[in-house]
Design a protein around this ligand. Structure first.
Ligand code: ATP
Ligand code: FE2
Length: 326
């Protein structure tokens, strides 16, 4: 089955073509800024401007014509209303014009399903670390359950906020990671793990205060921030694995591109005799391949939706979805 996937939950607009669980193309264009953060209506404007071009390049790279498409999948939730609407409109239009079925995919779940489709992971705990989201997710009794999550902001938003404070532009993750490589001294920062949950708010305030004193270098602060937040995330992931008895950890979301986080997660898994799966970066950041791959599975299990019922759900939670395809 040839499926066209559309992703538009936040700053990235993506179109991918998948043939069952094989990715034929995975094209993205992302809204970025040199200063400041993401502005929802500007990101939506960006998506309108690039959607045609992204569609053309996805078809070309996959060597597929519009007429070959058999299924349309799109990210229906969760995310920014402004940007979700652009992808949803495009998916509905294609579904009507091509007379092909439509499937609405939860973006967080797609971050896990892409790992099951493209790695050997069968039933992993997902450490899902992106801009807006920080969750430890695993399958249990018909749903993807959230075993732990951030009590305030997502880890990527924390990284991006500190980057914005240092005037590094958006997204800040890769720039902070680069500065962190040159850090030499580990500065003690708030370490906030509450049971299975984490909290970052106090840490961000503390980092800003420390920077303003002028006594600490950017490099040392970035290095120390990474060491603290990644240790917190790996700790709760390990606890989730112990609780669920699962032997696989999958990393997902844009922050999973960070090689220091990957290293720490692999080390933890090695020590407990478990396996750690890391996807190529193009499937960690927001992408449409994960939407297409999940869409195929959902459709095969009967999850088609009608165009008139395909309203976006900006606030849907991972555990609101009945996982009928597993
Ligand atoms: P979601 O809708 O799933 O919350 P998102 O819109 O935040 O996703 P993603 O592409 O999954 O988008 O994640 C973006 C985040 O990843 C940003 O916070 C960005 O700074 C961060 N990021 C990207 N590359 C790296 C990296 N190498 N190291 C750390 N963080 C990174
Ligand atoms: Fe994402």
């Amino acid at each position: 089955m040839i499926c066209l996937g559309v992703e538009s939950t936040a700053h990235t607009f993506g179109i991918a073509i998948a043939n069952n669980n094989k990715v034929l193309s995975n094209e993205i264009k992302s809204f970025t800024t040199e200063h400041g953060g993401i502005v929802p209506n500007l990101a939506a404007k960006h998506h309108v401007e690039v959607c045609d071009q992204v569609l053309k390049s996805a078809l070309k790279r996959a060597n597929v014509k519009l007429g070959d498409i058999q299924l349309i999948a799109f990210s229906i939730s969760p995310g920014l209303g402004h940007t979700l609407r652009i992808g949803a409109m495009m998916a509905r239009t294609l579904s009507i014009l091509l007379k092909k079925p439509l499937v609405g995919v939860n973006h967080c779940i797609a971050h896990l399903e892409v790992g099951r489709a493209l790695t050997k992971a069968k039933d992993p705990v997902l450490l899902y670390v992106s801009g807006a989201n920080t969750q430890i997710i695993a399958y249990e009794a018909g749903k993807y359950r959230i075993f732990g999550e951030t009590l305030d902001q997502g880890v990527g938003n924390l990284i991006d906020s500190f980057a914005r404070f240092l005037d590094l532009g958006f997204p800040g993750g890769p720039k902070i990671a680069e500065l962190a490589k040159h850090g030499k001294k580990l500065i003690e920062l708030p370490y906030s793990v509450k049971g299975m949950d984490v909290s970052f708010g106090g840490l961000l305030t503390n980092l800003k205060q420390k920077y303003i004193t002028g006594k600490f270098t950017k490099e040392d602060l970035c290095y120390s921030m990474q060491e603290h937040i990644f240790a917190m995330l790996v700790e709760v992931s390990e606890r989730a694995m112990a609780h669920t008895g699962k032997q696989e950890l999958l990393l997902g979301g844009g922050v999973a591109c960070n090689t220091r986080l990957q290293e720490m997660a692999k080390q933890m898994c090695k020590e407990r005799g478990a396996r750690c799966y890391v996807l190529p970066n193009e499937f960690n950041v927001d992408n449409a391949a994960m939407i297409a791959l999940t869409g195929v599975q959902m459709f095969n299990a009967g999850s088609e939706i009608k165009v008139e019922k395909s309203e976006i759900k900006p606030y849907e939670r991972t555990d609101d979805v009945n996982v009928i395809w597993r």
